[in-house]
Design a binder for this molecule. Structure first.
Ligand code: ZN
Ligand code: ZN
Length: 133
């Protein structure tokens, strides 16, 4: 994992700072609604629109990542660089992992889809340790 810049050194507005802090301090990948709830505790009066716009800004400037699985709300990720996830199909727990995919797999995927490949992410689905007990 790359070292993280100090939030205070990023020159962000107070709202964006608080939102980035919420995302970094969470041990889970939060949805915009969850981020809004936590941000409100730190900055009462912050609006959902501000949270939403800040999330867009933080994502576009590379401070956070966004993950969506097609259905359901997207979740925000303190890790902006490429990485993979394991998703629990029972409780929805989402865990970061970094897996080095063999080139054959990547090339096969590109050939199969006929896409010009930019990135590839792996999502493992199954039961987390708590749910498989
Ligand atoms: Zn689970
Ligand atoms: Zn992640």
């Amino acid at each position: 994992m790359s070292s993280r810049e100090n939030i205070k050194d990023l020159g962000l507005t107070k709202q964006r700072e608080v939102i980035l802090q919420v995302i970094r301090e969470a041990d889970e990948h939060l949805t915009a609604n969850e981020i809004f709830d936590k941000a409100k505790q730190l900055l009462p009066g912050i609006s959902f629109a501000t949270v939403y716009n800040s999330l867009r800004f933080l994502k576009e400037s590379g401070h956070i990542g966004e993950i969506s699985f097609g259905n359901g709300a997207s979740r925000f990720d303190a890790m902006a660089s490429r990485h993979d996830h394991a998703l629990c199909t029972k409780c929805g727990k989402l865990v970061d992992m970094e897996i080095e995919l063999p080139n054959e797999v990547i090339n096969f995927a590109a050939q199969f889809s006929k896409f010009k490949l930019e990135s590839i992410e792996l999502t493992l689905r199954g039961l987390c340790p708590e749910c498989s007990k």
